[in-house]
Design a protein around this ligand. Structure first.
Ligand SMILES: Nc1ncnc2c1ncn2[C@@H]1O[C@H](COP(=O)(O)OP(=O)(O)OP(=O)(O)O)[C@@H](O)[C@H]1O
Length: 249
């Protein structure tokens, strides 16, 4: 069986004067459907990595494959149908919420699955939002509509950039429940950036931890939170680094 997604030796430099390195040597593989929490301090390049996987940015070096086929051999629209992306700040198309949901199906020449859209919208508390002008919605509403828009494509891989960061507790819980249910029912893979460690611990099967300009740890969620392999990982989850004494209260 070919891996669902494989990343081989990915490098990214920033287009500033010094062409400084953002990350390098990122290699990882997803063999079976799972939820991966992508963790790391601000500025490590998590969003950039996700945008590269969504084919919205390009790496300077390295190889990405979906089902064994390199990104360069995919038609961009086919890649984007199979790899859904929900940005940190969701971008809405013009028109109503319903227009936004329908347009994506039109672009990909697939039938609009109205029953699925209704189920997804209701589960995120958006049942009354169909006729609203998409541009006039709050940031949190846009994020939820953007998630529904992506799920309607039934992507093999879903890339989520802090999708619950601007949501109230109720909406956040609704998104988390929907994603858990989606994984159970659709066997989907998701890579989600989050700064919420409790959410990562509760929702993910695996942790990708970015630090020191690379993917420093790739481990089962339980192992990462019990015993990170690196001092940077230990510091990140606020365990004392190896050799240090736990602080006494
Ligand atoms: N197109 C670009 N041009 C210049 N700098 C960029 C570009 N894209 C990202 N950066 C810079 O790269 C660094 C990493 O950004 P990125 O958003 O990927 O990090 P992150 O780990 O997701 O951070 P956060 O957790 O704060 O969202 C930042 O310093 C950002 O300013």
């Amino acid at each position: 069986m070919k891996p669902i997604l494989s990343i081989e030796n990915l490098h990214k430099t920033l287009p500033d004067e010094g062409n400084s390195r953002l990350f390098s040597g990122i290699t990882a593989q997803i063999d079976a459907p799972e939820i991966i929490a992508l963790l790391g301090a601000s500025g490590q390049g998590k969003s950039t990595l996700l945008r590269i996987l969504a084919a919205l940015d390009i790496a300077d070096k390295g190889d990405i494959r979906l089902h064994g086929i390199p990104l360069s051999e995919w038609k961009p629209t086919d890649w984007r149908q199979k790899v859904g992306y929900v940005a940190q700040h969701a971008v809405m198309l013009s028109g109503s919420v319903e227009d936004n949901l329908r347009t994506v199906s039109m672009l990909h020449r697939t039938a609009f699955d109205r029953p699925l859209a209704e189920r997804l919208m209701s589960s995120l508390g958006l049942e009354g939002a169909w006729g609203k002008r998409a541009g006039e919605m709050s940031g949190g509403e846009k994020q939820r509509v953007s998630l529904v828009r992506s799920l309607l494509m039934r992507p093999d891989v879903l890339l989520l950039d802090e999708v619950t960061a601007s949501l109230d507790a109720h909406s956040k819980h609704a998104v988390e429940s929907l994603l858990a249910e989606w994984r159970r029912q659709e066997g989907a893979t998701a890579i989600m950036i989050t700064h919420d460690l409790a959410q990562a611990a509760q929702m993910s099967d695996r942790i990708w931890f970015m630090s020191e300009g690379t993917l420093l740890e790739d481990d089962k969620t339980d192992s990462f939170f019990r015993q990170p392999k690196t001092d940077a990982g230990r510091r990140f989850i606020q365990l004392p680094a190896t050799g240090e004494q736990p602080c006494q209260l």
